[in-house]
Design a protein around this ligand. Structure first.
Ligand code: ADP
Ligand code: MG
Length: 401
């Protein structure tokens, strides 16, 4: 059942084109839906419309099968049954307990009952001992827990969250994400989270909607969106680091061969599982964690565990970037292929710049998205030739397919 349905929603600022257009978005009862997108993509605009704190210019919201008006009594009734958690917790200059009780008080619950319920929620979130602490003396993580207690205490049908983790440092962020996950699961509360951070969506969401430039461009499970992004813009946003133009040369029983165009006129071939027809202009997308790196001198032997790997490309390490517990290695295989390598493998393989290696990935690990003419510039610069640099040879157009 859909708890909330959004149809044809438009929000405008001034006379220009609509900043936000949502054709259709459903929030299913009991799920956590994450709306992810970069800064400026319209997440807070969507949040404000769904929270009924900003009127929308066109479209329809339906909550529990009934229409929601942007203003007036119907809006008020809707707002009483939902709760919000925002980047800035907006606490009153009073105690943690009074703040946590605030939502209940606004909804007409008596002071004693409201405080008892609020205290129970502070306890549940591990900050019961801070009940009498003044809000301005709380740490960021504690304040955000008070904000969550305030939201959950009203037993909302739907909780809307706008970047609730953004102000927190890494350890308190991880702890708060874990708490939110637990609380949503225990109470079965439906949630819509908007965030620029794709890792939060992976940790929390049952489904993910990708918002780019004020438009939702893909909705699916985290696996669908992260492993089969709809286009190269989504791919870049969900952490695909190799996005390279090419042409699908042939397809045999779902196994395609792609001519991949590298900078400087090189052409490489990779094998890919695909539904697209031969002749399609494509971008080849490969996630860095799906690329295995082995030394070139051992390359003649079949690397253990890689026997089913279709793509084994000789290359040279061009760049190395240390990450948390691993390294990001860019390998020139005729085109730049990005791999993440564990620290241990990095040391064992001696992957300094200039090292000759074999980069391997399965045909199922590569994902093809159709390449539309004029969309080259959307690729991240490190994953392809500089903007404006022509592909090495004329590219067959999409209309062939
Ligand atoms: P996000 O939350 O994804 O960072 P926002 O929803 O805040 O994005 O903004 C989306 C777009 O709408 C941006 O281009 C932003 O500049 C614009 N915008 C947001 N609020 C206003 C406003 N009050 N007036 C004019 N433009 C706005
Ligand atoms: Mg925002």
């Amino acid at each position: 059942m859909n708890l909330l349905e959004v149809r044809g929603l438009e929000v405008r600022f001034g006379d220009g084109p609509a900043a936000l257009v949502v054709e259709a978005l459903d929030v299913v009862d009991g799920e956590t839906l994450a709306v992810i997108g970069p800064n400026g993509s319209g997440k807070s605009t969507l949040f404000a419309a769904l929270a009924c704190v900003r009127p929308w210019d066109a479209g329809r919201l339906t909550f529990e099968g009934r229409p929601v008006e942007p203003t007036g009594p119907a809006a008020l009734d809707y707002r009483r049954r939902i709760a919000t958690v925002m980047q800035q917790p907006l606490l009153l200059d009073t105690t943690a307990l009074d703040n946590a009780a605030q939502g209940l008080r606004y909804r007409g619950i008596g002071r004693r009952e409201a405080r008892a319920k609020a205290q129970a929620w502070l306890d549940r979130l591990g900050i019961g001992h801070l009940a009498s602490r003044r809000a301005r003396h709380l740490s960021g993580g504690e304040a955000q827990r008070v904000s969550l207690a305030r939201a959950m205490a009203i037993e909302p049908r739907l909780v809307l969250l706008d970047e609730p983790f953004a102000p927190l440092d890494a350890p308190s962020r991880a702890a708060f994400i874990a708490d939110l996950r637990r609380v949503l699961a225990e109470t079965g509360t439906t949630a819509l989270l908007v965030t620029h951070d794709r890792s939060e969506a992976l940790m929390l969401a049952d489904r993910v909607a990708v918002l780019l430039g004020g438009r939702i461009v893909q909705i699916g499970t985290p696996a669908e969106v992260f492993e089969a992004p709809a286009d190269e813009r989504v791919a870049a946003f969900v952490g695909v680091e190799t996005i390279q133009p090419g042409v699908l040369e042939s397809v045999d029983d779902g196994l395609g061969v792609v001519r991949v165009f590298g900078p400087g006129g090189t052409v490489s071939r990779v094998e890919v599982r695909t539904d697209l027809p031969a002749g399609s202009a494509v971008h080849v997308c490969v996630r860095p964690e799906d690329v295995a790196v082995s030394p070139r001198d051992a390359g003649s032997h079949v690397h253990e565990g890689l026997t089913s790997v279709r793509n084994r490309l000789p290359g040279v390490v061009r760049a190395v970037l240390p990450l948390e517990g691993q390294f990001r290695v860019t390998i020139d295989c005729g085109f730049p292929l990005v791999a993440t390598v564990t620290k241990r493998a990095f040391v064992e393989l001696g992957l300094e710049e200039g090292r000759a290696v074999v980069a391997a990935f399965k045909a199922t690990a590569a994902h093809l998205v159709p390449r539309r003419p004029g969309r080259e510039e959307a690729r991240p610069s490190q994953a392809g030739p500089p903007a404006g640099q022509a592909a090495p040879e004329p590219l067959p157009a999409c209309q062939e397919s």
